[in-house]
Ligand binder design. Structure first.
Ligand code: 4AD
Ligand code: MG
Length: 463
């Protein structure tokens, strides 16, 4: 018999009909007169209840159906007697696909996320990770839908590159050279390497994205990016997914409008399309989750120049607010603690911070006439801190080259990028949204390692 997904069975009103459901056992309760099995197949956070009369089944088989086992059940769909669920299946036949021995690591409820991380290959079968992964999928769909509907082209940028898009030197090298031999000879000959030059995994698709935008008008990327920064925080991954729209003929205000509209669309999408999973997370992970999501979509974001932000922080410090990371004044890079103070305590809404000091931002940002600041437009969110990093780009070729030289960067590796400024340069800008930071925000999860199936972090590349 054709399998019915649990999500469809739970919605069905075809009472009295036989159906077959397949999945993994969440719980099995037995008594002398009846067995209840809660079955989940990943199609929904909800389980379907299987009711079996122990007199009709081999006692050994029933006993073998423990938490985690995989079974196929054929039976009659009926309206449930119990109050908790609308429907249940009165079992006629059970086939056991896979037994699950007692040492199943996901057996107990309420295990810590840290514990579960060691079993990232099995944690997907828990309620929480099922919910997170379904939401992750839904957000990817929402993002493509938004850009498609707004006339952006999905543009594929390379993962292997010879240039550092952020100029921060946090790249993983890509090579087919035998490192042991290199160590023996003491010499690296990049001419002999696979690409004939030194190459790395990309930290961002932006530079190639700019090539796309200055030809197609508006593009976005959505792919993995890699950063060899030794940051062991709940918000950093060495491999994460980034969405990078880039638009021609856009100014700072247009860019901020786009950031705000886009991220609100994503949050609204989650509220509209991930209701069951969000309600589960609201109950189990963060009791303020739904309220926080609603509040983000309903309020205007604050638009705050960096200089004013520093003044607010210093004022707070003067009034006795303690910060773990010291406030060293204008020119400092804000830590997520400072960003969260502005968002969560001071304004109580998301903040788009603009016009950062030149020294703390990437080389490609458009310089303001004051000579000290650049047209960055980062979005700061409650619980997350920086969720989007964006800017208007320096379209003046001479200024851009001067900036590259001033930073001691290898000018020759950017020649193709600089050509956009040489031939028909135009005002343009864009931003990068960290996909996992968005998922962190939307799920209420605390650690970025728990919103990607198989996290990569310093000293960890398991699975
Ligand atoms: O601020 P970032 O470094 O900006 C860029 O890469 C630009 N090229 C984007 C652009 O303008 N096209 O990174 C953008 C976003 C951050 O705001 C953050 O959400 C996320 O990417 N991000 C990380 N997420 C997880 N782990 C990391 N190590 C991250 N580094 C940045
Ligand atoms: Mg940034």
């Amino acid at each position: 018999m054709k399998r019915t997904k649990v999500v469809d069975a739970l919605r069905s009103t075809d009472f009295g009909k036989d159906i077959t459901v397949k999945g993994w056992v969440r719980t099995h309760r037995s008594s002398k007169v009846v067995d209840f099995i809660a079955l989940n197949d990943g199609s929904t956070i909800k389980n379907i209840q299987i009711v079996a009369d122990p007199a009709k089944f081999d006692a050994e088989i029933l006993k073998s159906i423990t938490t985690g086992a995989c079974i196929s059940v054929m039976g009659v769909l009926v309206e449930s007697q119990g109050g908790e669920q609308a429907v249940e299946v009165q079992c006629k036949d059970i086939e056991v696909y896979g037994l699950c021995p007692g040492d199943y690591p996901m057996q107990k409820k309420g295990q810590s996320f840290e514990y579960m991380r060691q079993y990232a290959h099995l944690r997907l079968r828990t309620n929480t990770f099922g919910a997170v992964m379904r939401i992750r999928h839904n957000m990817a769909i929402a993002i493509h839908k938004y850009f498609h509907e707004h006339g952006f082209y999905y543009f594929h940028t390379p993962l292997i590159t010879a240039s550092d898009a952020e100029g921060a030197g946090e790249m993983f090298q890509v090579t087919t050279l035998d490192l042991d031999r290199v160590a023996k000879t003491g010499e690296v000959v990049y001419d002999r390497d696979f690409f004939g030059k030194r190459t790395s995994l990309t930290v961002s698709g932006q530079l190639e994205g700019e090539l796309g935008a200055t030809a197609l008008g508006a593009i976005y990327t959505f792919g993995p990016t890699f950063r060899a920064e030794n940051s062991n925080t709940p918000r950093h991954l060495a491999e994460f997914w980034m969405i990078e729209p880039e638009v021609a003929f856009i100014d700072k205000d247009d860019l901020m409008d786009l950031e705000e509209d886009f991220i609100k669309y994503c949050v609204r999408w989650a509220l509209d399309n991930c209701k069951d999973d969000l309600e589960f997370l609201n109950k189990m992970i963060d009791k303020t989750l739904l309220q926080t999501l609603e509040s983000v979509v309903s309020k205007d974001f604050v638009r705050l120049p960096y200089t004013e932000g520093i003044n607010i922080l210093q004022e707070a410090a003067r009034n006795g607010r303690q910060f773990e990371f010291p406030l060293t004044g204008w020119g400092m890079d804000l830590s997520s603690e400072h960003e969260r103070f502005l968002v969560e305590e001071h304004f109580k809404r998301p903040v788009i911070m603009t016009d950062y000091p030149r020294e703390i931002k990437a080389f490609y940002m458009k310089k303001n006439p004051d000579g000290r600041t650049m047209q960055g437009t980062d979005v700061l969110f409650p619980r997350i801190g920086e969720i989007i990093g964006g800017s208007v780009r320096e379209e003046n070729g001479e200024k851009l080259i001067a900036e590259i030289r001033a930073r001691g960067m290898e000018e020759s590796t950017y020649s193709w990028y600089l050509d956009t400024r040489k031939y028909g340069s135009c005002p343009h800008g864009g931003f990068g949204l960290g996909f996992e930071r968005l998922i962190l925000f939307i799920t209420g999860m605390q650690n970025i390692r728990d919103v990607i199936p198989f996290p990569r972090t310093p000293k960890n590349a398991e699975f």
